[in-house]
Design a protein around this ligand. Structure first.
Ligand SMILES: Nc1ncnc2c1ncn2[C@@H]1O[C@H](COP(=O)(O)OP(=O)(O)OP(=O)(O)O)[C@@H](O)[C@H]1O
Length: 714
């Protein structure tokens, strides 16, 4: 069925514009009614469905609409359009069991119209591109990035290959020189010829030096450019990984990302010269055949032998190397954990435990190192002996050829020089294979890391400058990565812009998790969190960070100065604004007292300030950010009474349309709230106006009655 058969009656421009703007909003995109109407007028099509698709594609570059039969639709494809005469409805939920499908019609009337048998499903560009990418290549993001960088620098790499060809040519020159000296110069005492030949070879060597330097320079240039492109790409990718969906062991993660060095060094190191040299082995053998005839058979016999030795150790070596890589990553993780948590380890006397783990890991690494060394030494010695045997064989066969009068003394010497060069290069192939294996393993790991959910997925463009920033939760479920049960389940919650909300509950009840989800820092496992009607997961991260200010329980600072820490991520606020913010939070007293003022140094890991001061820095940063939604996780946990009172005053004086959501174990904070949420084991048990809780606290309402009243209050 074509799209033109789906909708018999024409749509009005207003209805179409309304439908486009509405679906865009639900999909986390943004288009005003006027934009949508303009797009509708700008396109023509045979049917309204096709026209809708064209207008959609015009408004949102790269986005498309797919026609999908309702029976084949999956929940992941919702919301989507369904059509009826003169109307476009939005399908929000599919029918399942006794439940009917949920469709929102602009003019529902008494009886809702019958929807078409097809839905129009918007497909974001990233998804479309990703689908094609996966189907076409089945390659990971790191592989794609590296291939793209190599493709970009292909001309440079080809030049390197060309210079390698020239270097190999010169090797032939030196063997021919030896041949001429033994055959022509020595028997005839032709000193003049000797000098001419020697000068020629000298010039060739000068060129060889020059070519090698050029090759090195080109290699360095390509390494630098590829590294610059890739390291920034990987850094940005890693930073964009969703915090709660990336591998949880930070130390190991850092080590895995650092393994990118292996990949880089494989693609940019001199071992790659070997690749350019390999075709030359055939060239050398051909020259030996021309000079020494049957002597070439010696090489044809020994070259596969050298390769065989390489391949015989490749598999065991690769396996040990893989284990070694994993162990080194684990070791890095242990070290990272021990250094970062040194304070608590010392305080609890846990040094020996960590020492034991470290020692075990060291032993494992050393055991594998030994295996690696043994295997590679075996390969090296065996290849060396094979080369020596080949040398002897070349001379032996050569002597017979001389006896037959088919080879000269000089020819034999030239053959021996060329044969050792040819076999030497073949032996390095094993080395190249091993390096490739190591690089490929690192690449697989990197592909896995970078395939974790990320914030920079294309299509995250939702934002609004006009709609009130109401927050809403719908069928929200959350489980931390690797945990089988839900740590938070909130079926429905709606927070109007300007509300002041306290989130209370015992330790581990899910307050932090809820706040992170509301701030868009955590990713729901099911259901959604919306801001101004837009799915928070589809909103532009920079816009989210502008409108939502999040203060974590533990504020972490970075090495630099206090000023740099305060203005991190902000577009350089003026000196006055910084001081104004400092005064609001009370941090100005400490800054004024310090001789370096705002340039107080912060050391790596954020040390240099007390816990309370760090919390004040975090708060001052939020004041500078001027968000419209403040999400604060136990903002006063490290503050003294005076600082806390100042903070409460500041928050009380926030503009009325600013939303404030905080968790706190301090009773005084309830004064700030006009609504209280109480969590218990990840379930929202109570949602009531704060007066009720205060009344319970003051004993004005008996506790059980208040609790019952509270449960159903909203
Ligand atoms: N990174 C994590 N991985 C796995 N489980 C986690 C993680 N962080 C928290 N949890 C679990 O999730 C649940 C909710 O934790 P959350 O930090 O939201 O509690 P909370 O109410 O903020 O506690 P507190 O008052 O102690 O800060 C707890 O059971 C906790 O054990």
């Amino acid at each position: 069925m074509t799209q033109s058969e789906i909708l018999p009656a024409p749509l009005s421009a207003e209805a179409a514009a309304q439908a486009i703007a509405d679906l865009a909003r639900r999909r986390g995109l943004h288009a005003s009614l006027r934009e949508a109407q303009q797009a509708w007028q700008d396109v023509t099509a045979q049917s309204d469905a096709e026209r809708l698709a064209a207008a959609w594609a015009l408004l949102f570059q790269g986005h498309t609409l797919e026609t999908v039969p309702l029976s084949l639709l999956t929940p992941a494809q919702l919301p989507a359009w369904v059509l009826a005469p003169n109307q476009v409805g939005v399908l929000l939920r599919l029918a399942d069991g006794a439940r009917h499908a949920e469709i929102v019609w602009p003019e529902a009337g008494e009886a809702p119209p019958a929807p078409s048998a097809f839905a129009l499903v918007p497909v974001p560009p990233a998804l479309a591109a990703e689908k094609i990418e996966v189907e076409r290549k089945q390659r990971g993001p790191a592989t794609q990035a590296i291939l793209a960088a190599i493709r970009q620098h292909l001309p440079l790499l080809l030049r390197i290959g060309l210079v390698s060809v020239l270097v190999n040519m010169i090797t032939v020159v030196s063997s021919l020189f030896a041949m001429q000296v033994y055959d022509r110069v020595v028997p005839n005492s032709a000193y003049a010829t000797l000098w001419v030949l020697a000068s020629g070879v000298l010039i060739a060597y000068v060129f060889e030096l020059l070519f090698k330097l050029i090759r090195l320079k080109l290699m360095e240039a390509s390494a630098k450019r590829i590294d610059e492109a890739l390291s920034l790409y990987f850094f940005e990718k890693v930073m964009a990984l969703k915090l709660d969906r990336r591998p949880s062991r930070v130390g190991s993660l850092v080590a895995q990302i650092r393994d990118y060095e292996f990949i880089k060094s494989f693609f940019t190191s001199s071992t790659l010269f070997v690749l350019a040299d390999i075709p030359f082995q055939l060239f050398f053998i051909a020259i030996i055949a021309m000079i020494g005839g049957d002597v070439a058979w010696v090489l044809i016999g020994f070259a596969p032998l050298c390769l065989l030795i390489g391949f015989s150790v490749y598999r065991p070596l690769a396996a040990v190397q893989r284990e070694q890589s994993d162990e080194v990553t684990r070791r890095q993780g242990i070290l990272f954990e021990a250094v970062a948590g040194a304070e608590i380890i010392k305080a609890q006397g846990g040094e020996s435990n960590f020492g034991n783990v470290w020692l075990r890991s060291t032993r494992e690494t050393a055991k594998r190192s030994e295996k690696l060394h043994l295997l590679s030494a075996y390969a090296q010695y065996a290849t060396y002996i094979t080369q020596q045997m080949a040398y002897v064989a070349v001379l032996t066969v050569g002597v017979y050829r001389i006896g037959d009068g088919e080879l000269t003394m000089g020819g034999l010497i030239a053959c021996s020089i060329l044969s050792s060069r040819a076999l030497g290069n073949i032996a390095t192939v094993t080395q190249l294979l091993l390096q490739w294996h190591h690089a490929r393993y690192a690449l697989d790991v990197l592909n896995q890391v970078l395939s974790c959910p990320s914030d920079d997925a294309a299509g995250r463009e939702g934002n609004t400058s006009s709609a009130p920033l109401d927050l809403a939760i719908n069928e929200l479920r959350y489980a931390y990565e690797g945990v089988q049960v839900n740590q938070l389940a909130v079926p429905k919650l709606s927070i109007k812009a300007g509300e002041r909300i306290a989130v209370l509950g015992r330790n581990g009840s899910g307050k932090t998790t809820l706040l992170k989800l509301l701030a868009g820092i955590a990713t729901p496992s099911g259901g959604d969190v919306t801001i101004a009607g837009l799915d928070i997961q589809n909103c532009r991260p920079s816009w989210l960070r502008e409108v939502i200010g999040y203060l974590p329980q533990e504020v972490r600072l970075f090495s630099g100065t206090l000023r740099e820490n305060l203005t991190l991520g902000l577009s350089l606020p003026s000196e006055e604004r910084i001081w104004e913010a400092l005064q609001k939070t009370g941090l100005d007293v400490m800054v004024r007292r310090h001789p370096l003022g705002l340039n107080i140094p912060i050391r790596e890991g954020g040390s240099g300030l007390s816990g309370g001061q760090r919390q004040l820095v975090g708060l001052t940063r939020l004041v500078l950010q001027e968000p419209r939604i403040w999400v604060l996780d136990e903002p006063s946990s490290s503050l003294d009474k005076e600082a806390e009172e100042r903070l409460v005053l500041m928050l009380r004086n926030l503009p009325r349309h600013h939303t404030l959501i905080f968790s706190s174990h301090r009773p005084g904070w309830l004064e700030l709230a006009d609504r209280v949420l109480i969590l218990e084991d990840g379930v929202l048990k109570v949602d009531v106006p704060s007066e009720r809780v205060k009344a319970v606290q003051n004993g004005a309402v008996p506790r059980p009655a208040a609790a019952v009243a509270a449960q159903g209050a909203r």
